[in-house]
Design a protein around this ligand. Sequence first.
Ligand SMILES: NC(=O)c1ccc[n+]([C@@H]2O[C@H](COP(=O)([O-])OP(=O)(O)OC[C@H]3O[C@@H](n4cnc5c(N)ncnc54)[C@H](O)[C@@H]3O)[C@@H](O)[C@H]2O)c1
Length: 350
Amino acid sequence: MPILLVTGSSGLIGSEVCRFFAREDFAIHGVDNNQRACFLGSAGDTRWNQARLGKEIPNFVHHELDIRDRQGVLDLLAKIKPDGIIHTAAQPSHDRAAAIPFDDFDTNAVGTLNLLEAARRACPESPFIHMSTNKVYGDRPNTLALKELETRWDYADKAYEHGIAEDFSIDQSTHSLFGASKVAADVMVQEYGRYFRMPSCVLRGGCLTGPNHSGVELHGFLSYLVKCNLEGKEYRVFGYKGKQVRDNIHSEDVARFIHSFFHAPRVAEVYNLGGGKDNSCSLLEAFKLAEKFSGKPMKYSYVDESRIGDHICYYSDLRKMKAHYPNWAITKSLEQTISEIVESWKTRIS
Ligand SMILES: NC(=O)c1ccc[n+]([C@@H]2O[C@H](COP(=O)([O-])OP(=O)(O)OC[C@H]3O[C@@H](n4cnc5c(N)ncnc54)[C@H](O)[C@@H]3O)[C@@H](O)[C@H]2O)c1
């Protein structure tokens, strides 16, 4: 039975990947120590998802391991020699990182290095798939010419009509400490690919979302926005008139891409993995969609100051992914995704 190692297995993407590969009779080894609750507080706790995996997947083995524990990571990979490594564990919040810079860098950058080196020693032929972020581009997308529409910003330059592609510069811009620690990991994964010829890829996520997200104000905007809507709680908009644009991809479509790459791996590839223009929305547009599916009015307030390094308009150019993996496409529309998030929160907060 092939073995898959998934770090961050109790999180949004990690858990989806575990469930996806379990359908193909993989033995799944999950690594997660619920660090999310330490980073983001009890609302960010992912134990519920860990328990669900244990119930749903017969061949699931949980490892209560911190990826910062270098010897623990080296020992685990030497022992199980996985056929694939999907690395989704991270300090995920752009805003939180400034308060916990050592934890952020040690987890995102050094934790990734621990896993790469452990993989090189134990199973260099196994695909290594790393979740990066569009924050590696820093706030450079904000230097693009924009046009202001009634409910959103959009790119004014035709060159970006399909969104931001992978050759966009990651240099000389404000990233947030989170963006910078993710740059270190992103480049290190590419380096282990090119230098050691290890099959590897970096997925620079837009907004990854879905019904299993434990969204909080500091991370997971769509999940948190829907939760606020259902609870009648005020959502705070930070700057850009609420017209800031994010592209949203359902975690199942993320898992499907990871699966495609795993079965036809390449070396040191980089992909911008988001919902693309079709699944993009501004905050104002997201409010309307949440109201449509919940039937409840959205309460929000406006803070006239944007988050440091926050994008005004970002959507991923998906053409490279589609060219390399023509059988992959987005299958969940933004509306479907939001309706699933509404239904999931209804059961989780009741
Ligand atoms: N969700 C998004 O919108 C988004 C966007 C862009 C990129 N990403 C990236 O995708 C990846 C997955 O994101 P997600 O939304 O599933 O995150 P998540 O927070 O839902 O899950 C991450 C999991 O990793 C675990 N973890 C954190 N630090 C750990 C450590 N030191 N040792 C062991 N486990 C640890 C957490 O407990 C959590 O369960 C991350 O790398 C994130 O930066 C996410």
